[in-house]
Design a protein around this ligand. Structure first.
Ligand code: PAF
Length: 326
């Protein structure tokens, strides 16, 4: 009888120890993005990890999953909603399918330069859009950056919209972008990013459009000969969280996530600026022809109907506020 009691006490003690170990165990945060581990998104993911782990004193550990290993951006956003991913760094490409209020940011030639875009996203408008995410089962943590998008292709140099006529261009899964390319006379083919390299290699599409940062980080020079600095749209990135993890946190814990996202956005923007300067030379070295002095005016004129289509559906209030925000 005594031996049985001693055993019961010992087991009870063990269970309590296991329980207290479980309580103390760090919460693992799964962070996903689509770009390589040498990209501006990875610089941002590293900053997120370092900041969250430091602020929380190890209460949270961050596992980074780069290179689309958790799927394309649309799939990862779905993952946030069902709690299979905790934090995602994503362009706004597929985000409008979930949060239509963000489509305004995808309008071509909306922002004139990096300063204006960053200022709008860091101000009242950006904050409002981040808050909107919670109406769609997502948590908006911060605005980070992808960069101004430029066209690459394997057929010819692009100087005017006429040169884009009939070109099969992969676009993001974004209605506003698809419409803009249709207006330019190209044939837009929406596709998730992880499928793009092979599609370019096999000639399923002739071209694609992305910022210098992405063209460099994805070795697109191996499958594309021409780059034209069209700068046709600024591409923000959003750092999003899963409500399944974040809604259960204390205010203090939530603040650590906010600060980690802020640090991530800052580090990413710095890397984008650095690569904007060095990237073109690198791509030339790799054998791409780079057309730097593209006149934006005819492109801007060609995509004008995309604005009408947008305002017919979503109104012009947000657009007007952004336009008057310089
Ligand atoms: O082209 C895209 O889908 C996006 O720009 C990318 C490369 C996934 C970065 O967010």
């Amino acid at each position: 009888h005594f031996a049985r009691r001693t055993l019961a006490v010992a087991i009870g003690g063990l269970a309590a120890t296991t329980l207290s170990l479980q309580v103390q165990a760090a919460t693992e945060v799964t962070l996903g993005h689509t770009l390589s581990d040498s990209s501006h998104y990875s610089v941002g993911a590293d900053a997120f990890k370092e900041t969250l782990e430091r602020l929380s004193d190890g209460e949270f550990t961050v596992n980074e999953h780069p290179s689309g290993s958790l799927g394309g951006e649309r799939a990862m956003i779905e993952g946030l909603q069902i709690g299979t991913v905790d934090v995602v760094i994503t362009s706004t490409g597929p985000l409008g399918n979930f949060v239509p209020e963000t489509y305004v940011l995808d309008l071509p030639f909306l922002f004139e330069d990096y300063d204006q875009a960053r200022c709008v996203l860091d101000g009242e408008i950006g904050e409002e859009l981040l808050t909107k995410m919670s109406d769609h089962n997502l948590v908006g943590l911060a605005w980070s950056e992808n960069g101004f998008r430029h066209m690459t292709n394997s057929l010819r140099e692009i100087n005017t919209p006429e040169d884009a006529e009939g070109l099969k261009v992969r676009t993001m899964e974004n209605r506003v972008h698809q419409e803009a390319f249709r207006q330019m006379g190209a044939s837009p083919t929406p596709m998730a990013f992880p499928e793009l390299f092979t599609a370019l290699q096999q000639g399923t599409v002739d071209g694609q459009e992305n910022p210098i940062t992405v063209i460099v980080a994805t070795n697109f020079w191996e499958v594309q000969d021409h780059l034209s600095l069209t700068g046709h749209v600024y591409s923000p990135a959003a750092i999003l969280g899963s409500p399944i993890l974040l809604d259960g946190l204390s205010d203090e814990e939530r603040e650590w996530f906010n600060q980690a996202a802020q640090a991530s956005a800052e580090a990413t923007r710095e890397e984008v600026s650095r690569l904007e300067e060095e990237g073109v030379a690198l791509l030339r070295e790799k054998g791409m022809t780079v057309k730097t002095d593209v006149d934006p005016a005819p492109f801007q004129e060609a995509v004008e109907p995309a604005y009408e289509i947008y305002t017919d559906e979503y109104g012009s209030e947000m657009l007007d506020r952004i336009r008057s925000s310089d």
